[in-house]
Design a protein around this ligand. Structure first.
Ligand code: ADP
Length: 491
């Protein structure tokens, strides 16, 4: 397959040099599957808060699906002004929610990109719907774009969007950031659409990944299967265009999260005091209930820890918060059933009238409670089987008391492991190693905990959500890719 010279639309090129976006002054147009509520970002993570603030400063737009399952694809666009920013949402039909969102995005790309070929449910109709929705989004976004805008597209739902926008005549710079992992070529090619997906990616000016490894996987694919020419570490010549492929590891609103731990929540404080009186320590996990998070493996490791160290009985509790997501996708029902059975079996065997070893919360928890809960937990247990970054790992570090910090036990297969070297890194498939590491974390001397935490906190604070955003936008505004876009017939 030849990827080089992927077709661009005829008028995409002509005047970009004069028009091109500017990181300092141009409007920012964020496009993502779901739009964060710009009026109320209290429950949102650092990403949404950071982008929402930038949009308000810059007079930008956030465009995406309105989240309702019963609209009409291509139907009425809703525009809500929030300060100088606009929140623009569009509807989707039940058929496209099933095909584009639950289907291609979450039953094909999500498992494929998380290295779970066994869970991919490939159907041609899903791909058709995915394409149709991207084309419709592009058509509905076009009238909102102005000269000089920087368009920043987020995540796996919208890989073909730049291609669709170019075909609709968009000349602005367009960047793409993938929040989830990008698999190596051997896995990617299991998708019947791998060639089209990568060709579509190359219509962006900047393609951003969470890690060096993810960027390396795309580079390996391009080297093996395309005629794209690598110019230097991050730039490729694709036909007559230049495309940047780089890593932009995402950060959290670290100051904001740390501040939340200082606003003590009464219920959390009482729980903490009770544990302190009883001399009980807590291991905490906070994840969406997703098969990529390695939750059954964590429960087994905790069980193994208890088997190997019976002296820890009644002195350690594992709190796992795991709210439901994507319940209409079959694989999520399976993981829920597996987890509930495991929690029941382990608690049934170990619990006593005055001790429940595993506390499992299957619902969302207010962030104002989550932060102090993390601070009050001596171990942050973050061991996904595969994760783009994992923000919880960074939140756990930001939440700790620097004088008496907890220990982060982190999967080698989370993107965060590429940066967070002072965490205790584990293989999430290795139950014995995880149990040993939990023990090490629970018994780590204060001086070592402080030393590790200091380095981690410094990193998390410096590389926060704002730094991430600025790095990406600087790359996008400096990108020269589309300026060289040739006059070609649309493909
Ligand atoms: P993913 O994006 O795959 O869900 P991340 O760890 O990168 O995983 O990000 C998850 C975000 O959602 C974090 O900001 C985390 O605090 C938040 N979150 C996860 N679980 C819960 C929960 N039970 N209640 C509230 N927020 C949660």
């Amino acid at each position: 397959m030849a990827l080089a010279g992927t077709a661009a639309t005829p008028d995409a090129s002509a005047h970009l040099e004069e028009i091109g976006g500017d990181a300092e002054t141009g409007r920012l147009v964020v496009v993502s599957n779901r739009v964060a509520n710009l009026r109320n970002t209290g429950q949102a993570g650092g990403l949404a808060v950071g982008l929402a603030e930038t949009l308000k400063e810059r007079d930008g737009i956030w465009f995406g699906w309105n989240g309702a399952p019963d609209g009409v694809t291509g139907g009425e666009v809703q525009v809500e002004r929030v300060g100088p920013a606009e929140q623009v949402t569009v509807p989707l039909s039940p058929k496209d929610v099933a095909g584009y969102y639950l289907g291609y995005a979450n039953s094909v790309l999500w498992p494929l990109f998380h290295y779970r070929l066994d869970l991919v449910d490939y159907r041609p109709a899903f791909y058709e719907s995915y394409q149709r929705v991207n084309e419709t989004f592009a058509r509905q976004l076009m009238p909102f774009l102005k000269d000089g805008d920087l368009v920043w597209v987020h995540d796996y739902h919208l890989i073909p969007l730049a291609r669709c926008l170019r075909r609709a005549g968009c000349r602005q710079r367009i960047g793409f950031f993938l929040h989830i992992p990008f698999p190596p070529p051997d896995i990617l090619v299991a998708s019947p659409n791998h060639a089209e997906l990568v060709e579509a990616l190359l219509d962006y000016d900047v393609i951003g990944f969470q890690t060096q490894a993810d960027a390396g996987n795309l580079k390996a694919y391009l080297a093996e299967r395309s005629s794209a020419v690598q110019l230097d570490d991050t730039r490729f010549r694709v036909g007559t265009r230049t495309v940047t492929v780089d890593r932009f590891p995402i950060g959290i609103d670290a100051q904001g999260f740390a501040a939340m731990t200082r606003e003590a929540d009464d219920e959390v404080q009482i729980d903490l005091m009770r544990r302190q009186v009883l001399g009980r320590r807590q291991i905490i996990g906070v994840d969406r209930l997703d098969y990529s998070k390695g939750l059954p493996e964590r429960l087994k490791a905790f069980d193994r820890l208890m088997a190997q160290h019976p002296e820890l009985e009644k002195s350690v509790t594992y709190l796992q918060v795991a709210p439901p997501t994507r319940e209409k996708v079959g694989a999520y029902g399976d993981i829920r059933a597996e987890l509930e059975a495991l929690v029941g079996a382990i608690n049934g065997r170990l619990a006593d009238f005055n001790w429940t070893p595993i506390r499992y919360i299957h619902r969302s928890v207010d962030r104002a409670k989550l932060a102090p809960l993390m601070r009050g937990s001596q171990v942050g247990f973050v061991t996904p089987l595969r994760d783009g970054m994992n923000l919880v790992a960074k939140e756990y570090v930001a939440a700790q008391d620097p004088e008496n910090p907890g220990v982060l036990v982190l999967s080698r297969f989370a993107g965060a492991a590429e940066e967070m070297h002072e965490a205790l890194l584990v293989n999430p498939y290795d139950t014995d190693e995880m149990a040993r590491t939990l023990y090490r974390a629970l018994t780590m001397p204060l001086a070592e905990r402080r030393r590790r935490h200091e380095a981690l906190l410094d990193h998390v604070m410096r590389h926060d959500a704002r730094a991430w955003q600025e790095a990406f936008l600087a790359a996008l505004s400096g990108a020269t890719g589309s300026a060289a876009r040739p006059q070609q017939a649309p493909s």
